[in-house]
Design a protein around this ligand. Structure first.
Ligand SMILES: Cc1cc2nc3c(=O)[nH]c(=O)nc-3n(C[C@H](O)[C@H](O)[C@H](O)COP(=O)(O)OP(=O)(O)OC[C@H]3O[C@@H](n4cnc5c(N)ncnc54)[C@H](O)[C@@H]3O)c2cc1C
Length: 298
């Protein structure tokens, strides 16, 4: 069996753990190259120990975990703001998230084990920019924006514009992600997250989906459907969204929406699953997620 955590030794490191954003920016301006930002290290350590990431020379590690200003969940003026270093367990246990963004809590429930969630951060999941990153489909249906900051200032952008490819995003070397923000869900909205992997626990998604719908007397409004592991980045499924908009939900409509999802995606074949399997499963997951949204509001 493949050793997931790996056995390679860690490289020589210079370790910094700044306690404020000001100290962090000073380090980002002056740090010896190469340097690497870390937070929970649940992606960093396995990547180094399995040899996916290697460093030929001494590496400077800048650990964000001690910066309290990056660890919070706030609800203000209809917006939810989450500090990038907020741990997954905090998100799962937050009454604000359970009420204002239950779809994100649902996604986090499926991620890793308790031990992983206790240290992994939401910012780390987004900055890895994996097509299988599980917080991302949930955040896409929440219309999330991310804030990047560095010694040269701050910028905010839509999450979907931040993600540019597998493991790729728009972040510069001297930037960090500081915040994730999105409008709170309204009471008449319903949402669901589902994923499938090749085990029942501690799995990387083969396909994942998040669905968010406003149901007005059984008619769908503001439909948002996102999927993970079916494209180079998690994506919104625009044609299926447009199809569902204004429709009254019944089995036939749900079935046609699933078929449209299969047509709209072009998933790859990799070690975890074939493209054809992903296409089939994507339709099934979306149909189940829509049906669950419908049941929740009945
Ligand atoms: C056993 C196990 C199970 C897992 N299961 C899942 C799963 O089910 N679903 C899933 O999606 N993931 C899973 N993961 C992956 C991982 O736990 C998540 O991606 C996690 O959220 C990463 O966060 P972290 O804080 O540990 O990131 P780190 O490992 O500290 O960092 C990851 C990357 O992000 C960068 N980074 C981190 N924070 C910032 C920031 N604020 N600004 C700029 N760059 C930053 C780092 O430079 C690094 O490149 C699993 C990992 C393990 C070990």
């Amino acid at each position: 069996m493949k050793n997931f955590i790996g056995s390679r030794s860690l490289p020589d490191m210079i370790y910094h753990a700044p306690e404020s954003i000001e100290k962090l920016f000073l380090l980002l301006s002056d740090a010896a190259r190469p340097f690497r930002i870390v937070a929970g290290c649940t992606d960093f350590i396995p990547a180094v120990r399995t040899g996916r990431w290697s460093f030929d020379e001494e590496v400077t590690i800048i650990d964000l975990k001690q910066i309290k200003a990056l660890n919070y969940i706030e609800h203000q003026g209809g917006m939810v703001h989450i500090g990038a270093c907020t741990r997954l367990t905090q998100i799962l246990e937050s009454p604000e998230i359970q009420e204002k963004a239950p779809v994100l809590a649902r996604a986090v429930t499926t991620m890793g084990s308790w031990q992983v969630r206790n240290t992994a951060t939401i910012g780390g999941n987004i900055c890895m920019s994996s097509p299988a990153g599980d917080t991302i489909p949930a955040l896409l249906v929440l219309d999330a924006r991310v804030t990047l900051a560095g010694p040269d200032g701050e910028e905010e952008m839509l999450l979907k514009e931040f993600l540019t490819g597998p493991g790729q995003n728009t972040m510069e070397d001297n930037q960090v992600m500081t915040r994730i923000s999105f409008p709170a869900m309204e009471k008449n909205e319903t949402a669901c997250f589902k994923k499938i992997g090749n085990r029942t626990a501690v799995i990387i998604s083969i396909v994942s989906t998040a669905v968010r719908i406003t149901l007005e007397h059984g008619v769908c409004r503001n439909v948002k459907i996102a999927m993970g592991s079916v494209a180079p980045t998690p994506i919104r499924i625009n044609r299926a969204e447009a199809f569902l908009e204004g429709k009254r939900l019944d089995q036939e409509v749900i079935h046609r929406c699933g078929a449209l999802v299969s047509e709209e995606i072009s998933p790859i074949t990799d070690l975890r699953a074939s493209g054809d399997y992903r296409r089939d499963v994507a339709a099934t997951l979306v149909k189940r997620a829509i049906a669950e949204c419908m049941e929740e509001k009945e």
